[in-house]
Design a binder for this molecule. Structure first.
Ligand code: NAI
Length: 332
């Protein structure tokens, strides 16, 4: 099987090259550029493409892939909100993903953001480098004894619940389904979680129901001085309302690994550019906001697990033994 790997970085190549010898018959060509209508033609002659979380897998791109005879999309990520699933189904495409490579990697990054913004690490790091040893402006809040509100208690949310418990926090959660492994977590309504939590961390997927879950109304229901963390998907939070809430001093801190309009920034070095979208600049203008660039998944363990499952998905497809848990279907 010949796979064209879009949007390849050095860390992708390292992890896939390490696993490739175990998967005889699979050939990978790495392409730095991401897939789009302009670059889809590069896939001519391949059997499958491998794409990532912000790759453009909209209807026109899928149609172009289908015309090239490609019917297997290997997503080297968990999320699939970037894929037009109805179109993929119409075209008879198979989409395989990596549902759970290392939930702890993302949950640990969520807690890293929460701690960093709470203890102003982004400021103290710079201050000490400039020989400014003053502590003024660096006061934080103990998480010990406080309440963590976890929205979405699947694999990553559950890992975050365990981390918060380890910090001595009371853990409450909102999800349509109770995760029975989390006997120390109290499930509550969304309103209760919003109004009772000192730390709110988002771990639900982006769906029609969850788009802009955090908006002017829900922000108004949060405790003043809450710490909000989003490592899930940018559009869970309505950015303009978040910015308004930050201006109104509703938040002690905000940590974002994902944000709306991140698409053009994620994984790109844009040091020399003037950014056309103001969202990133506006968020970065606040002293109590930390933004990272969708790096929650980025640990050695996670990369290794992603490479292994993606290659196994390719092998399973060839052998017609698809792992149903990795299959992405419309309406799922
Ligand atoms: P999962 O499928 O194991 O868990 C999602 C949970 O959200 C489920 O328990 C589900 O019932 C719940 N949920 C669905 N709709 C909800 C709603 N309206 N309100 C509350 N809960 C709801 O998914 P997993 O693996 O825990 O991943 C969660 C999200 O994390 C992914 O959808 C993805 O967007 C994001 N992610 C971010 C990464 C990063 O690098 N920052 C890496 C991997 C995933």
């Amino acid at each position: 099987m010949k796979i064209l790997f879009y949007d390849a970085t050095s860390y992708d190549m390292e992890s896939f090259d390490e696993k490739k010898p175990d998967y005889e018959g699979i050939e990978i060509t790495y392409q730095e550029i991401d897939i789009s209508l302009k670059t889809v033609a590069l896939a001519r002659g391949y059997d499958a493409i491998c794409a990532f979380v912000n790759s453009d897998l909209s209807a026109p791109v899928l149609e172009a892939l289908s015309e090239l005879g490609i019917s297997l999309l290997l997503l080297r990520c968990a999320g699939f909100n970037n894929v037009d699933l109805e179109k993929a189904e119409q075209l008879g495409m198979t989409i395989l993903r990596v549902p759970g490579y290392s939930p702890e990697a993302v949950a640990e990054h969520a807690m890293t953001l929460a701690l960093s913004v709470n203890r102003h690490l982004h400021k103290s790091y710079i201050k000490v480098r400039e020989n400014n040893f003053s502590l003024v402006g660096l006061t934080g809040i103990n998480f010990y004894g406080k309440t963590a509100g976890i929205i979405g208690t699947g694999k990553i949310g559950a890992a975050m619940c365990r981390i918060c418990r380890g910090f001595g926090m009371k853990v409450i959660a909102y999800d349509q389904y109770v995760n029975k492994d989390l006997d120390f977590v109290e499930y509550k309504s969304l309103d209760e979680v919003l109004s009772q939590s000192d730390l709110i961390s988002l771990h639900c997927p982006l769906t029609e129901d969850t788009r802009h879950l955090i908006n002017r109304d829900t922000i108004a229901r949060m405790k003043k001085d809450v710490v909000l963390v989003n490592t899930s998907r940018g559009a869970l939070v309505k950015t303009d309302d978040l910015i308004q809430g930050i201006r109104e001093k509703r938040f002690f801190g905000v940590g974002l690994d994902v944000y709306e309009e991140e698409g053009n920034n994620v994984f790109e070095n844009r040091e020399e550019e003037v950014l056309e979208s103001s969202v990133t600049a506006r968020l970065l203008s606040f002293p109590n906001v930390i933004v990272t660039s969708h790096q929650g998944f980025l640990t050695r363990e996670a990369l290794s697990a992603i490479a292994e499952t993606t290659l196994q998905n390719a092998k399973d497809y060839e052998g017609k033994h698809i792992n149903q848990a990795n299959l992405v279907k419309a309406g799922a």
